[in-house]
Ligand binder design. Structure first.
Ligand code: ADP
Ligand code: MG
Length: 450
């Protein structure tokens, strides 16, 4: 099958050719025809498989081929969970709107509000946005959604995780349901919260799932290493950065503080490093992402702020300095490499505090992982034993009582568990932030200390 089979407008076809894309990816092959019929759609496929184009092409086709419902309202709204991803999607959209009469604008938190009001007054056809800032403008009457034809939620599950359900519902309510089509995309869409939400927002949606979220990503080589503590993790990190053969690497940490500390540490070791976290100004964030995308640094250290959607073509190595608390984020983090058919490596360092997350990731991916080790940097930590169920405990106690009545032990045994618990001093325990009321959420500030 080729792009020609979709019946896309000639102008779109020539842009696709210009981009050098010869064949649609699987998700494009399946999603584009359904989206073009106007049906609602929930679509998932692995990271780096071309989901962006799977919604941009039908959106463009629709705008080019049909008449607007109103004169001034946006016809297509695309929402993403982070500013960085919104910028990237906007960049892709601009490749198609460029040189046409169709206007696309980008509305993000952290940027000048009044400039955005002026931008919205120009009645754009497309808005790409993060949910918080967009609803601000919507409630203040800076634009209306009566003419909205197509609502696209990229990384929809992440927006719900971040507590944007209210914003999404508001946007949904301000638009005319009968005339509107809604598309949801992500690599991880099969949890209950998403389904419930989709029922409310979408109208008899079609579903496409190319591979389940737990399907092995063939282009990403996952490796796991035990680590005893923070110092040990840093030694392993330096080892891999020195030894692995990579073009660019992304290192994920649990907190903003860790991001900063590691960046300083690596700078001292003369690595060219950029550090991205949510407490920087938007100007700084933009600058960092632009210079990393240009290859001006080899290593990007970040939090889950950058786990979703970012398409950084030269990233061939992802390192999880610690594991994310949500298993889906593991899939998205490692998906910053191995994109569009390229190969990538994903290394995860597992200390005592990561163990629970590690087990959850194994069960989410329905796999059990083995561990590699580095000569000279072997860990004492080898994982924690699973907690016994109450039934098993009672059995074990009864058995041990029987034993005790026969032989007396010479010395008390130190359980493995006790040893590990004492040794588990590498990371602060972080609690999930409580969701803020919508007015206080800076739309894309990811609760990073998760
Ligand atoms: P996803 O959203 O599924 O993670 P993206 O939409 O970011 O993936 O696309 C990943 C990469 O694949 C991008 O660099 C994009 O330009 C490229 N790409 C998209 N469609 C095609 C195609 N049909 N052929 C080749 N490359 C493609
Ligand atoms: Mg994407």
């Amino acid at each position: 099958m080729s792009f020609h089979d979709f019946g896309l407008d000639k102008r779109l076809m020539s842009k696709i050719e210009h981009l050098g894309f010869t064949e649609p990816t699987d998700i494009q092959r399946q999603a584009i025809p359904i989206a073009m019929t106007g049906q609602d759609l929930i679509a998932s496929s692995k990271t780096g498989s071309g989901k962006t184009l799977a919604f941009i092409l039908p959106a463009m086709q629709r705008i080019m081929k049909t008449r607007a419902l109103t004169k001034r309202d946006p016809r297509v709204v695309i929402l993403t969970p982070t500013r960085e991803l919104a910028k990237q999607v906007f960049g892709q959209l601009r490749l198609f709107t460029g040189g046409s009469q169709f206007k696309a604008v980008l509305i993000l938190g952290g940027e000048n509000f009044n400039d955005q009001v002026k931008t919205l007054e120009k009645d754009p056809h497309f808005i790409v946005a993060t949910p918080g800032r967009l609803t601000d403008h919507l409630t203040k009457g800076h634009f209306y959604l009566n003419g909205l034809e197509l609502l696209i939620l990229d990384e929809a599950d992440r927006m719900l995780d971040l507590g944007f359900a209210k914003e999404l519902t508001l946007i949904n309510n301000k638009a005319d349901h009968r005339k509107r089509q809604t598309l949801m995309f992500s690599a991880t869409l099969d949890h209950a919260q998403v389904n419930e939400f989709a029922m409310a927002l979408l109208n008899k949606p079609k579903r496409i799932a190319i591979g389940a979220a737990h399907t092995e990503h063939q282009d990403i080589n996952k490796r796991f290493y035990f680590a005893d503590d923070l110092m040990h993790k840093q030694q392993l990190l330096s080892h891999f950065l020195g030894k692995e053969n990579f073009q660019q690497a992304v290192v994920f940490t649990a907190t903003r503080a860790d991001t900063e500390r590691l960046a300083n540490e690596l700078a001292q070791q003369n690595y060219s490093t950029a550090a991205l976290s949510g407490d920087l100004s938007q100007g700084q964030r933009n600058q960092i992402m632009e210079s990393f995308a240009k290859g001006q640094q080899k290593i990007l250290i970040t939090t889950d702020l950058a786990s979703r959607g970012l398409d950084l073509v030269n990233v061939s190595l992802v390192i999880n300095f610690d594991l994310p608390k949500h298993s889906e984020e593991f899939v998205h983090r490692i998906g910053r490499t191995g994109r569009a058919g390229n190969k990538g490596d994903a290394i995860s360092l597992i200390g005592p505090k990561d163990w629970q997350s590690f087990k959850q990731i194994e069960s989410f991916l329905q796999q059990s992982f083995s561990f590699d080790s580095v000569d000279g940097l072997k860990a004492k930590f080898k994982g924690l034993k699973a907690k016994q169920s109450t039934k098993d405990k009672v059995k074990a106690e009864q058995a041990s009582k029987k034993k005790q009545s026969k032989v007396k032990p010479h010395k008390p045994k130190v359980s493995k568990k006790t040893f590990f618990a004492q040794d588990a001093g590498d990371m602060p325990v972080l609690k999930r932030k409580k969701a803020l009321p919508p007015s206080e959420i800076d739309s894309e500030e990811i609760p990073e200390a998760e």
